[in-house]
Design a binder for this molecule. Structure first.
Ligand code: DMJ
Length: 584
């Protein structure tokens, strides 16, 4: 066609004079240069796809075949993936943060999730005010310490964090950020910059440091794209690795962050490790590998996964104590509450966080849920569904406040269960959440006890004096939030508001919020502790409950067990050309 348009040139190009040939060659080489240059200046197809396709429009990709959760598969992915860091010189803002290649929706939603309904918005504003009040008092009286003692107006350090400080600051970074409390957020960020010292030499709980510090810093990084959080979390991650140096690779519960020596809790039977502790590392460790491009963290948690997958389980259940030396169960106590809880949570969340590619996590989660239903789920004479504890085959008809997270967990997993079970799981999630709400409504303060029982004539009430306390825990409200997102049944927002009113009436004191010693009496006896998880979890879940669903949408984020949001790692990231990854 080009030939035909050139005057005096036949289609075959025969009979051209020398000067004509020269002009033709000049034109041709110009054309070639132009096309070649365009390759460099036009956006490549991957970039175009990212810009124009929403998540649901992305073409389905098959990544492996169900053994993706094998560490080797993960290594391959990581190598190809190249991390989530923004390219050099790329600035990040709240909606254009450090991993835009892998996240297709902004995390903060339209108008930061502000609900259009004025009453809901007023409630949301109230929760924000509570956060500001809790934060301001922490700042005034306990700045840099781990937690606030609101009655004595001083700081609490405790012995869980091995000499690390500022637990309330790290736990609050993301809550302050999503609530738009920017002055407070900036104070927190400055403290991380100038005062977060990771060179401590104390004895830390691996679990607590992981869920609060690693989780908090990861979320802060993913939400804001600030490199500061990334470098801090990388440094801290490395310090946790020696805890895995055991004959089985199952970490011990306590680690000295300076020397790296680790040991088991004195109270854990026969030097065992705790299921909820070594089983609650997966989400954070996979993200540590993603960010560092170092597969070691994923290898460590995949090793735990493999051992648990292989080991024989009594009635399909996972007991709470395991020897890090022999890799055998130490005793047969099973609980969905304390000592077991977040292990189950991390199975379903690992599956969701892997963009539903982690097949083993899925199989293990639904297998565990089946065993739980067959052995632990009970109905009280009054018709309340609850999760009992199991001691070598004998049921203890008690449910801990901690176990109330399971309403939300079963809810978020409902959709990926076997088709004939989906509605059943959603119903079960609603029933458990209802029971936990009953444990609140049956108390004088409308706050729930640490543990409630279904024997000795009681139903969803604490019968022992030692179980009557409430320490600002989030689990019941956490389940309201998930069930609201999943069903939009307005009762969950009403139940959340009841909790706000009760917290205001019984836990708010002059200089912060405090736990109470007895939920069944109106004469409050305060425990003088504003737990860091109140800022990280309880208030964040309340705020999300009264926000639109596009604030940290569940399709894009999973919350770690301390309510720190971590992005789902998209399959679409995996198909990237490794060379191109670095361009972002
Ligand atoms: C939090 O630190 C976490 O939710 C953990 O998984 C269980 N306990 C507290 C809150 O109750």
């Amino acid at each position: 066609m080009v030939f035909r348009k050139l005057p005096g040139v036949s289609a075959s190009g025969m009979g051209l004079r020398l000067s004509q040939k020269f002009v033709f060659l000049l034109f041709l080489s110009g054309l070639v240069t132009l096309c070649f240059g365009a390759l460099f200046f036009l956006p490549d197809s991957v970039r175009l796809k990212r810009i124009f396709l929403s998540k649901t429009e992305t073409q389905p990709v098959t990544v492996g075949s169900g053994s993706e959760n094998d560490a080797r598969e993960h290594l391959k992915r990581l190598k190809n993936q190249g991390g989530m860091t923004p390219a050099k010189g790329e600035t990040t803002t709240s909606s254009d943060h450090g991993f835009k290649g892998c996240l297709l929706k902004p995390p903060l939603g339209r108008d930061n999730g502000k609900p259009s309904d004025p009453k809901t918005n007023e409630r949301r504003e109230k929760v924000k005010e509570m956060m500001k009040f809790a934060w301001d008092n922490y700042k005034r009286y306990a700045w840099g310490k781990n937690e606030l003692r609101p009655l004595t107006r001083n700081g609490h350090i405790g012995n869980m964090f091995g000499g690390l400080r500022g637990a309330s600051i790290i736990d609050s970074l993301d809550t302050l950020y999503i609530m738009g409390l920017m002055e407070e957020y900036n104070d927190a960020k400055d403290w991380v910059q100038t005062s977060l010292d990771l060179n401590s030499n104390g004895e830390a709980s691996l679990f607590e440091v992981n869920i609060r510090y690693v989780g908090g810093l990861l979320s802060a990084y993913y939400l804001t794209g600030e490199e500061l959080y990334k470098s801090k979390v990388m440094e801290l991650g490395e310090k946790l690795l020696p805890a895995f140096n055991t004959p089985t690779g199952i970490p011990r519960g306590v680690i000295n962050l300076g020397s790296g020596t680790s040991w088991s809790w004195g109270w854990a039977s026969a030097g065992s490790s705790i299921l909820a502790e070594f089983g609650t590392l997966h989400l954070e460790f996979v993200h540590l590998s993603e960010l560092s491009r170092n597969p070691i963290y994923t290898e460590k948690v995949m090793n735990i996964r493999k051992l648990l997958n292989k080991i024989e389980k009594p009635h399909g259940l996972y007991p709470n104590f395991l020897s890090p030396v022999s890799g055998n169960w130490v005793q047969h106590h099973v609980s969905i509450g304390g000592l077991g809880d977040s292990f189950y949570e991390y199975l379903i969340k690992s599956y969701l966080m892997s963009d539903k590619t982690d097949g083993d996590a899925k199989t293990m989660y639904y297998g565990a849920l089946e065993a739980i239903e067959a052995n632990l789920v009970q109905k009280s004479p009054g018709g309340l569904t609850y999760m009992a504890e199991w001691r070598g085959g004998i049921l203890d008809h008690k449910m801990g406040h901690l176990a109330c997270f399971s309403g939300g967990m079963i809810g978020i997993g409902a959709d990926d269960g076997a088709p004939e079970k989906r509605q059943h799981y959603l119903d079960l999630a609603a029933e458990i959440t209802h029971t936990c709400h009953e444990s609140y409504t049956r108390s004088a303060t409308k706050l729930g006890p640490e543990a409630f029982r279904f024997d000795g004539g009681g139903e969803a009430t604490a019968t022992r004096l030692s179980d009557r306390y409430y320490i600002l825990r989030p689990e019941v409200i956490e389940s309201y939030m998930y069930m609201w997102r999943l069903t939009h049944d307005p009762k969950y927002r009403e139940w959340g508001w009841e909790a706000v009113e009760a917290l205001e009436q019984h836990c708010r004191v002059e200089s912060g919020f405090s736990g109470i010693r007895d939920v069944y009496t109106m004469t409050a006896s305060h425990d003088n502790m504003q737990q860091s998880f109140f800022l990280s979890e309880t208030l964040k879940y309340l705020y999300l409950l009264f926000s639109d669903d596009d604030l940290l949408p569940l399709e894009d984020w999973v919350f770690n067990t301390e309510a720190h949001p971590l992005p789902i790692i998209r399959k679409s990231c995996l198909q990237d050309d490794p060379e191109k990854r670095d361009e972002f």
